[in-house]
Design a protein around this ligand. Structure first.
Ligand code: CO8
Length: 373
């Protein structure tokens, strides 16, 4: 079997940063105004008063301190509380494609590859900005790549599932060089008026280049030793946005068309599932947890990652073994574990093995074993 290599990786994030203090200040201004305007109904028991958010809760419950977003100003405006991203004309590059092109170029440069050497482009993320033509085909054209392109979505596991799809394409020979990109505009599908989740997400984009040894010109390559994926249906993380919404006008804009989750339930169910899955993957590859130099885990919640690492290793993991990036970038959906990889792999020596893992909506779990060449 052909060895498939990961030969370049990158991530980009918008310059705008919102810290917890700014986010909570805006949220609490909205809450106070809502309660003031509805004071009578609240006193009469017809309406429940909204509760304020707190920086302490956010940091303790999630580990998140900052998030990067495309439009800070509108998100923080208590009268708007969402990004405002004006629609572009059809002859302009679309926002999501623009994001993907930037990260894609960076990953290609690191892999020492020209865009015309790429013949598979996969855009894999939690939300696509339109139904068709596939955003990936726009990216393929903007970069000048050859071959074919397609979009795929497995929510927070989109990067690991995309990686397997790209690796399979290269291994089978349906393409020679694959570029897998994860442009996550999470802020557009987040309900910034929801106290339980307003702090969770940030925008970012990651990209990787996959190819065989025959074409590799990278000095920073990893062999993809093995990939393993799992899905199991759950409604606990759900977003009902879709093309049928307009056919049900009374519910077309209801809150379930944004991100919704039973966060506590997700935490309880996904943590043991992910730990068991990773242990199975290691065992199938005759590896012990102690053989792994670093775990680049999905970045949704710091406590969750610490518990998963503890279940895998039987002890707490230090930041060198399981690094965290969600303090700065929050949950960037599928991009999270790859941001951790991009930031924390330069110290790997030849032969070192790392494990990249995602978990989230679906439920979906992905685990990728990477060995430094
Ligand atoms: N400020 C102050 N207090 C709060 C706040 C707040 N903002 N929010 C809740 N509280 C209170 C609650 O009211 C509750 O109070 P009480 O005990 O009096 O009832 C208390 O704090 C505890 O609330 P929770 O039980 O909800 O808090 P948790 O400790 O469970 O923490 C988390 C909440 C952080 C959400 C946590 O449950 C978590 O991280 N769970 C895992 C979530 C996860 O991994 N989800 C994956 C989703 S991502 C994914 O799959 C991709 C989807 C696609 C993305 C699309 C873009 C948007």
């Amino acid at each position: 079997m052909q060895k498939v290599l990961l030969t370049g990786s990158s991530f980009t994030a918008p310059k705008d940063v919102i810290n917890n203090e700014e986010l909570v200040r805006s949220f609490n201004t909205y809450v106070q105004e809502f309660n003031r305007l509805n004071a009578e109904a609240i006193v009469e028991g017809k309406l429940e008063a909204l509760k304020e958010s707190s920086v302490e809760f956010i940091e303790k419950a999630s580990g998140i301190k900052n998030r990067h977003v495309i439009d800070k100003k509108s998100i923080l405006d208590p009268n708007i509380m969402q990004p405002i991203l004006p629609e572009r004309t059809n002859d302009q590059i679309s926002l999501q494609a623009e994001m993907a092109v930037e990260a894609g170029k960076l990953a290609l440069a690191r892999a020492n590859k020209k865009p015309e050497e790429v013949d598979v482009v996969i855009l894999s993320c939690s939300n696509f900005q339109r139904a068709y033509p596939a955003v990936s085909i726009e990216v393929q054209a903007a970069l000048g790549c050859k071959g074919f392109a397609y979009d795929m979505n497995v929510a927070c596991s989109s990067a690991t599932f995309g990686l397997q799809a790209g690796a399979d394409a290269v291994r089978s020979g349906s393409g020679k060089v694959a570029l897998v990109i994860n442009p996550e505009i999470t802020s557009a599908h987040l309900n910034f008026r929801d106290r339980d989740s307003h702090f969770i997400f940030g925008d970012a984009c990651t990209a990787v280049v996959l190819e065989t040894e025959k074409t590799c010109q990278s000095s920073d390559a990893f062999e993809i030793l093995s990939t393993k994926l799992l899905t199991q249906f759950s409604n606990n993380i759900r977003n009902n946005f879709g093309f049928l919404n307009r056919t049900s006008p009374t519910t077309a804009n209801s809150l379930d068309k944004l991100f919704m989750q039973q966060g506590r339930q997700v935490f309880k169910e996904v943590t043991p599932m992910a730990a068991k899955f990773i242990l199975e993957h290691l065992s199938e590859n005759h590896l012990n947890p102690t053989d792994i130099r670093r775990f680049w885990l999905h970045q949704a919640n710091l406590n969750m990652n610490q518990l998963i690492a503890q279940k895998i290793l039987g002890k707490n993991a230090d930041p060198d073994l399981a690094p965290t990036i969600l303090d700065e970038y929050a949950n960037t959906a599928s991009a999270g574990s790859l941001i951790a990889f991009v930031q924390y792999h330069q110290d790997f020596k030849s032969g070192d093995i790392g494990l990249l893992s995602s978990f989230g909506a679906g439920y979906s779990i992905g685990s990728i074993l990477l060995k430094k060449l």
